[in-house]
Design a protein around this ligand. Structure first.
Ligand code: NAP
Length: 278
């Protein structure tokens, strides 16, 4: 019998997740359908309930519902609990005690670290600057710190949020936070986790922020490099966008649902090709 999965978002018609999961299913021989559902802004829980009533087995969750999804869960992975955000819902149906319980996970961070590994970007021992202190950044801090960077600084437009985030993750490694004016020195890896690129805005950074051989990573992706990546390339940094992160986080979700790890390389290439074709 065909199992049903979906991505919930608002808006969601731009989502590449149905295409990614269809490719994973075909590749692994899993019998599943994956759709995109625009949930009403004020009733995410209702949308999930209706989906389950129609046979839904699990879902991805994107903007703006990751915190609603977090509140809906009966149990959480450690990384989702720390992130206070869930991007993967799993309906647990095995065993009499689990029937219908909702488990939440957050695969964004592993998606990022797998993508960095794919591009051979070394996190261990690196000086990392993370821009932004929203849901996406909260989701990636644990796996980044577990990869043991030398130091990690979070810079945010609203400095208090960065300070609080650093406080929340302090037990995992050398981490501090503040405003852009407090960014000091050069970094081996600068990750843009703000939504500034969406509006074509550049976070206020000094041109000297990149160490020699540094990588600039924008979680956003598109047919054209973002304004941040274009600027970073002009400063000599290696630009990488978030397309690989998207595919890798999807692969982790797929494995959580189906127990099979798909090959991401072919899907990355296909998606890039589709983006280039417009
Ligand atoms: N590739 C992937 O798989 C993936 C996964 C998740 C997210 N993302 C991307 O990551 C980005 C952030 O998502 P999110 O869910 O974390 O959003 P969010 O929770 O709304 O957080 C937005 C962050 O961006 C900052 N910001 C917004 N406009 C800014 C500007 N003009 N200048 C400087 N900072 C600005 C905000 O600062 P304040 O706190 O001061 O408001 C906040 O820190 C989005 O572009 C999203 O598409 C990609």
């Amino acid at each position: 019998m065909t199992d049903h999965y979906c991505v919930f978002g608002h808006p969601v018609n731009h989502s590449k997740s149905p295409m990614i999961h269809a490719a994973f299913a075909e590749q692994t021989g899993e019998d599943l359908e994956y759709s995109a559902i625009e949930a009403p802004l004020e009733d995410f829980a209702g949308a999930w309930k209706r989906f389950v009533a129609q046979g839904g087995k699990g879902a991805n969750v994107t903007v703006p519902f990751k915190e609603d999804a977090f509140r809906l869960c009966d149990s959480l992975s450690d990384r989702a609990r720390r992130a206070k955000a869930v991007n993967t819902l799993i309906l647990e149906t095995d065993g009499p005690t689990q029937n219908g319980r909702i488990r939440g996970d957050n695969t964004d961070g592993l998606g990022l670290t797998r993508d960095l590994a794919h591009h051979r970007v070394t996190v261990e021992g690196a000086r990392i600057l993370v821009l932004g202190a929203g849901g996406a950044v909260r989701g990636v801090l644990e796996p980044l710190l577990q990869a043991r960077p030398k130091a990690l600084f979070i810079a945010n437009r609203t400095p208090e949020k960065a300070v609080q985030l650093a406080e929340d993750f302090r037990d995992l490694g050398e981490i501090a936070g503040g405003g852009y004016a407090e960014v000091e020195g050069r970094f081996d890896l600068v990750i843009n986790g703000t939504s500034a690129s969406l509006g074509g805005t550049l976070p206020p950074l000094a041109e000297t922020v990149f160490a020699p051989g540094a990588t600039a990573y924008d979680m956003l992706y598109g047919a054209e490099p973002t304004v941040f990546l274009r600027w970073a390339a002009r400063q000599g940094a290696r630009p990488l966008d978030g397309l690989g992160m998207l595919v890798e986080q999807a692969a982790v979700s797929f494995q959580l649902w189906r127990g099979k790890r798909p090959d991401t390389q072919v899907v990355r290439e296909r998606l890039r090709q589709l983006l280039d074709e417009g």
